[in-house]
Structures are given as structure tokens and as C-alpha cells.
Design a protein around this ligand. Structure first.
Ligand code: KG4
Ligand code: ZN
Length: 322
């Protein structure tokens, strides 16, 4: 079954062609990061306009690279939620136009489900599965006992992890997006700054990163006022250590409580080297639990993950109809 995926929820214009929910025939991603860098974050209006300019080119390129013709596409999968409304509309309208013109069924995919299913491109799911969702807009722990059976056991009460990375980077004067840069700096720094580890109540799976973000902000301002130079790499390492400690601790507790067999990490922050390493080390100590993470190209926004999500939505609908 050939699925064409379309993703335009934020600042990446992407179209992909995926076979049978796992074989990527093409995955073209046009990133607008360079456009938004000068503003220090994504400007919604500018993002929509760039999607309009690029979408047809990205469609063409994805079709060319896949080596298939339009009449071979069985399903179109398009992101409809969550995201910037103007950006989402560009992808949705393009997908809808193709659906009507070629008579191809269309399925609407949730962006976060797509991030989770990015993991399926390279690894079959084993249940019960635990998904740690860490993106620019979401932080969630989700238990799945079957495909598309999402039970959210914890989520952030304020900032998402990626958002906290980007805001801390901004305070430190590092460009947008801050996550990749902070990750790189943390690798050569030492966690010598004392920062809070926001664990919340003992048995809670929820997260909160705004206090940690404010602690970094206060520290930077206080040191600046005293004329003391911030050791940027050490501060990045300290911040990253606090974040990873919380994410890993809650993941490990959920593995034990829900008898998890497979852990996946989903969303842009899944690209974080420090998080991948710590999680790998900790889960390697457990018997009968497997950790898989997407390749870096499938961590941040891409249409291949939307195509896989759409494939599973379609399979489930077919099952329901008997
Ligand atoms: O999933 P994503 O591409 O977009 C959303 O759905 O939000 O995630 C983008 C987020 C940004 O906040 C970015 O700073 C963060 O992922 N990110 C990282 C890394 N790479 C991307 N954060 C930490 N370490 C990284 N290596
Ligand atoms: Zn995303």
C-alpha cells in the first residue's frame, strides 16, 4: 500500500511517499529555519507564505524521487492538528486538491501520532509500548497496548521540553532553534551550575519545565549584573542534565509500573544526543525492555512519519468496518 504524506504544521514543508507503513520511497523536507533565525523563533505569517511558495516544488520532488506515478498512490495522509493554522491549511489544501483531482482517499493525521509512528519506519512496535514524546510543543508519556491506542499518563503542566531548550538558548544569546546547539555545547561542558530538577510529586508522571527555565534566566541575569562571565557550555550541560534526569526517571518508573516491553522516543528533542545516550544506558540495564529511537532525519518534522501514521489510521478503519 502506497501512502503519500504531507506535513506543513510549523516551519518544515514536507512531502513523502511510504510503502506499507515502513519503506520510505522519498521524504523531501524543505526547512525554513534559516528564514526564521533572524526573528529568534517561528513567525506564523512568514511560515504560511513560505509553505505556499515551496509546496508544489516539494510535491514534485517527492514524486520524482519515489519513482511512482500519481495513479499508484492508494492514500493521502495529511497533518491537520496541532500546529500553526495558516501553515496547516497550506498542506491540507494541497493534499485535498490532489485527492479530488486524482480520486485518492485522504486521511487526517495528528502530528504527535506522526512523531510516535516515525519510530515504526525502522522498528516494528512491541506492546505494551511506552512513548516519550518530546517536541517543541509537547511533552508526554504515553502507554500503548496496541496500535493507535494512546493512554496519556503524564504531560507537561507548562512549557514543552523543546520550548524550554529554545527559550534558554535565547537567554544565553544562542540562535534559533536552540535545542541542537545547546545539545552540542552540553557535550563539552560540565554540569557545574546548580539548577533544580523538577520532579513534581513522587508518583506523578507530569512534567514542568518553566521553573527550570526561570532558574536559568535568573542565574544568567544575576551573573551579568555582577559582571561575571557565564560559562555557556557548563550552563548548557547543567540545564541538559536537569532535563534528562527528569525524563529518564519518569520513563523508568513507567516501564516498571506498566510492564513495558518497548520504549520509543518521539519528537524533535529525540535527536538530543545526551538524552539518547542516558536512556540507552539505563534501559540496557533492564531485562526484556527494548529502546528504539528514530534516525535523526525522522526526529524533527517530516512527512514520512505522517504517511506511516495515516497507514495505521487506514488499517484501523478497515478493521472497524470489518
Ligand atoms: O518535533 P519538532 O520538529 O517540532 C514540533 O513538533 O514542535 O521539534 C522541534 C523542537 C525544537 O524546540 C528544537 O529546539 C528541538 O526540537 N530540538 C532539540 C534537538 N533537536 C531539535 N532539542 C534538544 N536537542 C536536540 N538535539
Ligand atoms: Zn513536530
Amino acid at each position: 500500500m502506497i501512502v503519500l504524506g504531507v506535513e506543513t504544521s510549523c516551519d518544515e514543508t514536507s512531502v513523502a511517499v511510504v510503502k506499507d507503513g515502513k519503506t520510505v520511497l522519498s521524504n523531501v523536507v524543505y526547512s525554513q529555519i534559516d528564514v526564521h533565525k533572524k526573528y529568534g523563533g517561528v513567525v506564523p505569517e512568514v511560515a504560511s507564505r513560505h509553505h505556499i511558495e515551496k509546496i508544489l516544488y516539494v510535491f514534485d520532488q517527492a514524486m520524482k524521487e519515489s519513482g511512482i506515478e500519481f495513479d499508484e498512490i492508494d492514500l493521502i495522509a495529511v497533518t491537520v492538528h496541532p500546529g500553526l493554522i495558516g501553515s496547516l491549511l497550506v498542506g491540507f489544501n494541497a493534499a485535498m486538491a490532489l485527492s479530488i483531482a486524482c480520486g485518492i482517499p485522504i486521511v487526517e493525521v495528528d502530528h504527535i501520532d506522526g512523531h510516535i509512528y516515525a519510530n515504526h519506519l525502522e522498528h516494528e512496535f512491541e506492546f505494551p509500548l511506552l512513548s516519550l514524546v518530546v517536541s517543541g510543543g509537547h511533552t508526554q508519556l504515553i502507554v500503548m497496548n496496541d496500535h493507535l491506542d494512546f493512554n496519556i499518563i503524564g504531560e507537561t503542566l507548562d512549557d514543552a521540553v523543546g520550548e524550554a531548550y529554545d527559550k534558554v538558548a535565547r537567554v544565553m544569546g544562542i540562535g534559533y532553534p536552540g535545542g541542537p546547539m545547546l545539545d552540542l555545547m552540553a557535550a563539552t561542558g560540565k554540569p557545574t551550575y546548580k539548577l533544580p530538577v523538577p520532579r513534581l510529586e513522587k508518583d506523578s508522571y507530569d512534567f514542568s519545565f518553566s521553573g527550570l527555565k526561570s532558574a536559568v534566566l535568573n542565574l544568567v541575569n544575576q551573573e551579568r549584573m555582577k559582571g561575571i562571565e557565564i560559562r555557556n557550555n557548563d550552563l548548557a550541560a547543567s540545564f541538559q542534565q536537569s532535563v534528562i534526569t527528569v525524563l529518564v526517571e519518569k520513563t523508568l518508573r513507567a516501564i516498571s509500573e506498566f510492564s513495558i516491553r518497548h520504549v520509543v522516543i518521539a519528537g524533535g528533542v529525540a535527536a538530543n544526543k545526551g538524552l539518547r545516550e542516558r536512556m540507552e544506558n539505563e534501559i540496557a540495564k533492564l531485562e526484556g525492555v527494548r529502546l528504539t529511537v528514530p534516525s535523526l532525519q525522522y526526529c524533527t518534522d517530516n512527512a514520512a512519519m505522517i504517511a506511516v501514521g495515516g497507514y495505521f489510521y487506514h488499517m484501523k478503519n478497515k478493521e472497524k468496518k470489518g
